[in-house]
Ligand binder design. Structure first.
Ligand code: G3P
Ligand code: CA
Length: 302
């Protein structure tokens, strides 16, 4: 039957709340994820890094400098402020700062009161998963989660991501968890761990769109891999929006791969239509955005 969407499944393209409601509130925080869910996200996205004591936290950068007050609180430490040099307890003492283009300096968003105490601390992956479950249960929603195992390749981190999902009971097949990485080796390792531990999740290779000798593929942090090579290990690709063509999407769909684009940062509804609609017409399956509100409007207009 004819469907309204050119996506691989015929289902509506998914809106992935990139680092939460990161255009408005401190990124990768429980408060930010909660606002993104209220704005209608289909998935929330945490980037995952490992602390010095082996705990998983939601944090984009490998250092704490850009997004937290670490330089104020730990001025005596050497200045690189790597996540991997700090314990979870130390990281929990930090506050995440607003960095989005439409953020208020005092980390507020009109009409939104976070439900948790201390909404702008660095959360663990477990805490993000718990918030997701609580929110879905309270609101009758089926929002998913899209964790990224951050670079560089880190085997304990990959194993711990899957173990955390196991711990939280993600053992039934569903499309509500997608694991992503720029590192092919991490995708392969997480895929093996999913099978070993009896956890259910999809896998996505991140990188830039490339056309090499007439073959489409993706260049991640360990080189170029063709779409066929990616289809051997993953269910989809998450690619930088600037390189996407209709032919790339069609080529990926022909191999059964979904295509998600990163990262849309429209500062108005009008800008969101201009940025996103052309790629929806080409069959884009979903996208990462700092502005779930404007992006939701575009998808719902289709
Ligand atoms: O995971 C997709 C997108 O988030 C990749 O970019 O740097 O924001 O993790 P980055
Ligand atoms: Ca990411």
């Amino acid at each position: 039957a004819a469907t309204a969407y050119n996506t691989l499944t015929g289902e509506a393209p998914v809106v992935v709340a990139h680092r939460g409601a990161s255009g408005y509130l401190p990124e990768e925080t429980l408060g930010g994820y909660e606002l993104a869910m209220k704005m209608g996200a289909d998935y929330i996205e945490p980037d995952v890094q490992m602390t010095a004591d082996g705990q998983l936290v939601a944090m984009h950068d490998s250092t704490l400098t850009r997004t937290t007050n670490v330089a104020d609180l730990f001025a005596a430490r050497d200045g690189s402020y790597k996540v991997s040099d700090f314990t979870l307890e130390e990281i929990k003492s930090l506050t995440v700062k607003p960095t989005g283009a439409l953020s208020a300096p005092d980390s507020t968003y009109a009409g939104f009161t976070p439900s948790m105490a201390d909404p702008y601390k660095v959360p663990t992956l477990s805490e993000v998963l718990d918030l997701l479950t609580e929110y879905n249960t309270a609101n009758g929603t089926e929002i998913g989660i899209y964790p990224e195992s951050k670079t560089p390749y880190n085997s304990p981190q990959n194993q711990a991501i899957v173990a955390t999902l196991k711990d939280k009971g993600y053992d039934e097949p569903s499309d509500k968890v997608i694991l992503q990485s720029f590192v092919r080796e991490s995708i392969i390792e997480m895929g093996e761990a999913l099978i070993d531990q009896g956890v259910s999740a999809s896998l996505a290779q991140l990188g830039g769109v490339r056309l090499v000798d007439g073959v489409y593929g993706v260049s991640g942090s360990d080189g170029f891999f063709s779409l066929a090579e990616i289809a051997d290990i993953a269910d989809g690709v998450g690619v930088s929006a600037g390189g996407i063509t209709e032919e790339f999407i069609t080529s990926a769909h022909d191999l059964g791969l979904i295509v998600h684009a990163y990262t849309f940062r429209p500062l108005s509804e009008e800008a969101a239509f201009a940025m996103i609609q052309p790629m929806l017409d080409w069959g884009l399956d979903g996208f990462f955005t700092d502005y779930t509100d404007f992006s939701r409007t575009v998808v719902d207009a289709n």
